[in-house]
Design a protein around this ligand. Structure first.
Ligand SMILES: [Zn+2]
Ligand SMILES: [Zn+2]
Length: 282
């Protein structure tokens, strides 16, 4: 089958990356090739559609989805830092009652906390349109680490990550294929690291928070992010086929990301660096 975006998709799992950047959007001449939008993922499995995060990249994704038939889908937040939610006020399907969107988070005690966060960014004078205008959205909650019970083609499991304020990692499984999204996360807490190693075991694709390099990391201990070297190490230990470096530092130029891509592939032949528009079909 041919997707509307011109990408060949089938009944199996596929992932499209609509935003790769961490912290803040970074448009400009030095980020043209890898992209400057913040985190947004589209995951499909046959008719089943799931989005992860709603950073600035979700504005384009929303335009694409709104151009198609109205439908129901789930939106899972890794967490609610601004770079992961700033696209929601510009996500067209959320305002259209013909769509039905379950918005989930796993790092809060209840769904009210998620609603309150969105209400905070979508209230005057910060933003002129109030969150109650998101007519298509129902806020939901789960406990990070649980399996998500839902109808659809994919099995979804979750894991608690190490990040200020909490964050959730996701694993999507279907017919022996798997995609993991591990962002935002800082390595170094033994219990969390070993649980994460088990969680991503044997995955085909692992999106990984590679904001820093090992050289930079000592300056940023406690900021809640990892390094591309740690991502490669984890992939080698857990038998991950394609570790995909993600959540690029806003200062990281296309040329610097080319260098990371080359160095990472020298250590793990399946290693990749996330690019806006990249489609992965394990
Ligand atoms: Zn982030
Ligand atoms: Zn964060």
């Amino acid at each position: 089958m041919k997707g509307n975006d011109g990408v060949t998709t089938g009944a199996g799992l596929s992932l499209k990356i609509w935003g790769v950047r961490g912290s803040t959007p970074t448009p400009g001449p030095t980020t043209l090739r890898y992209g400057g939008e913040t985190t947004s993922f589209e995951i499909r499995c046959g008719d089943d559609l799931v989005l992860v995060d709603c950073g600035s990249g979700a504005r384009n994704l929303g335009g694409f989805l709104h151009g198609g038939p109205p439908r129901a889908f789930d939106l899972f937040f890794t967490h609610t830092h601004l770079d992961h939610i700033c696209g929601l006020p510009f996500f067209k399907p959320a305002y259209d009652e013909r769509f039905s969107i379950n918005a989930w988070a796993g790092h809060f005690a209840d769904k009210q906390e998620l609603m309150d966060i969105i209400c905070r960014i979508m209230s005057p004078p910060i933003f002129p349109v109030a969150a109650k205008q998101l007519k298509a959205v129902t806020f939901r909650n789960f406990v990070g680490g649980e399996l998500i019970e839902r109808e659809g083609g994919m099995n979804i499991s979750t894991v608690v990550l190490n990040h200020p304020g909490g964050a959730t990692g996701y694993r999507f499984d279907h017919a022996g294929k798997s995609i993991c999204i591990i962002t935002d996360h800082e390595h170094g807490v033994p219990g969390i690291d070993s649980a994460l190693r088990r969680f991503v075991e044997g995955a085909d694709v692992m999106i990984y928070d590679a904001m820093f390099t090992d050289d930079e990391y000592p300056t940023y201990v406690g900021w809640g992010h990892s390094t591309w070297q740690k991502g490669v190490e984890l992939a080698l230990e857990a038998g991950v086929r394609h570790p995909v470096m993600f959540h690029h530092d806003p200062r990281r130029s296309d040329d610097a990301l080319d260098a990371i891509a080359e160095a990472a592939a020298a250590r793990h032949p399946g290693a990749l660096v996330a690019r806006e528009g990249m489609v992965l079909t394990p």
